[in-house]
Write a protein that binds this ligand. Structure first.
Ligand SMILES: [Zn+2]
Length: 421
């Protein structure tokens, strides 16, 4: 009898421990959902407009399922599902010839992407709206709607004409990433073969000043280190890096050194961790994958140069997708990206870090394949001991604070300019 009582006490304790275990696990999940829904979540870099430009058949109003070459990583349904409140759609143009013809074409492409973004909103008035200010984002979040901001990646469509900044501002563009992967008329890129300007060009200096005056955020992702330092010296408003990670962890020119991170902290700006595999960790790929990609090298180069016809582009995509299926890429995990975030917080403080996935532009990791998986970030942050308030700052509070300061600086500058006239 005694033994039986003992056994039942033991089994009762096991049951109680098991229940306690379940409750803790459940509450962690519940806490993730609760916090993720409560804070304003902002992703400062998604390249949907260029995907839409390349594949006009893509329907952003339905749920596209991952696993096809044209499934994309963003649509409105998955944005809702992933509890993402606001996004900056990147109006992106690849750097081509800096001739009159090249500039005209780039401006045309940018205008088309803006139009397709506006059309996407017009088709879904109950789900999303174009946002122009931080106030808009918070208002739309309360209304349960998605806030769609626009940023411009690459100053190439400015076409050496300062008045185009105002034109794009009036169309809703709220940041410009000064360069992309090659030098342009604004300055040197972090990934071109050699420097051309030694940092910002004289036109680039005027662009930064004009952006300060209009209340547009200056985005220093992609720029050469010297361009970065020129911007930091010149700008009157805090800057953003819309999608860049930490060079101390993964030493590539697209990531930010600790000195740069500290300078952005000083400047009051924010760096948005980029979730592109090669910026997070160097991964070895299978010889089969390497060999298959090597065979596509020429075609890829021709595609980048814009030399392929639509039929050839589709063929190229099909071959590329086959390789992805047959020899999938080894990728880092979401947790390894959050290591970058931890490092940035350590160097800069919690007020200067945020999220810029680069989905549809190369972003994506194990456990972070599309916009529906945004809560995985919140889960990882919670598991690492970040508080609700810290998560609120990281997810959107910081970048919206910077955006507000940029608007305030512009208001002051405009007043000053008026007074001088
Ligand atoms: Zn980019």
């Amino acid at each position: 009898m005694k033994d039986l009582a003992k056994i039942s006490i033991i089994s009762m304790s096991i049951i109680l421990v098991a229940i306690a275990g379940c409750t803790t696990q459940k509450s962690a999940e519940e806490r993730t959902v609760e916090i993720h829904n409560e804070v304003l979540t902002v992703d400062t870099h998604i390249d949907w407009p260029i995907q839409q430009f390349l594949n006009p058949d893509f329907n952003p109003s339905i749920r596209n399922t991952l696993g096809k070459w044209d499934s994309g990583q963003w649509d409105l349904v998955r944005m809702q599902e992933g509890g993402l409140d606001a996004v900056f759609m990147s109006i992106f143009t690849i750097q081509r010839e800096r001739t009159d013809e090249g500039h005209t074409k780039a401006k045309e492409i940018a205008l088309q992407q803006i139009e397709s973004t506006q059309k996407m909103i017009a088709d879904n008035p109950d789900i999303a709206e174009i946002a122009l200010t931080p106030e808009d984002a918070y208002r739309l979040e309360k209304a349960g709607k998605r806030a769609i901001f626009m940023g411009m990646e690459n100053g190439y469509p400015l076409a050496q004409d300062l008045s185009n900044i105002k034109l794009f501002f009036d169309l809703g563009i709220r940041y410009i990433t000064l360069t992309h992967s090659k030098n342009n008329d604004l300055g040197d890129s972090s990934t071109d073969k050699q420097q051309e300007w030694g940092g910002l060009s004289p036109f680039g200096e005027e662009v930064v000043q004009e952006m300060n005056l209009l209340g547009m955020m200056v985005d220093i992702s992609h720029v050469h280190d010297e361009t970065f330092w020129d911007v930091i010296k010149l700008t009157k408003a805090p800057v953003i890096a819309s999608h860049s990670s930490a060079r101390a962890i993964r030493n590539v020119p697209r990531n930010m050194s600790d000195e740069m991170l500290k300078a952005i902290k000083e400047n009051g700006g924010v760096v948005q961790v980029c979730f592109l595999d090669n910026f997070i960790k160097k991964m070895e790929q299978s010889p089969e994958r390497k060999a298959a990609l090597e065979q596509l090298k020429e075609e890829r180069a021709a595609w980048v140069r814009g030399e392929l016809s639509q039929v050839e582009i589709e063929k190229f995509r099909e071959k590329y997708w086959q390789i992805e299926q047959q020899y999938p890429k080894n990728r880092p995990t979401l947790a390894e990206a959050i290591d970058h975030l931890d490092h940035m917080v350590e160097v800069m403080g919690i007020e200067h870090v945020g999220i810029g996935s680069d989905f549809d532009g190369g972003g994506g990791l194990v456990g972070f394949d599309d916009v529906s998986q945004m809560p995985n970030i919140t889960q990882e942050l919670l598991a690492r001991g970040y508080t609700k308030e810290e998560i609120r700052q990281l997810w959107g509070g910081n970048v919206m604070r910077v955006f507000n300061e940029v608007i305030q600086v512009a208001t002051e500058l405009q007043k000053l300019e008026k007074a001088q006239k």
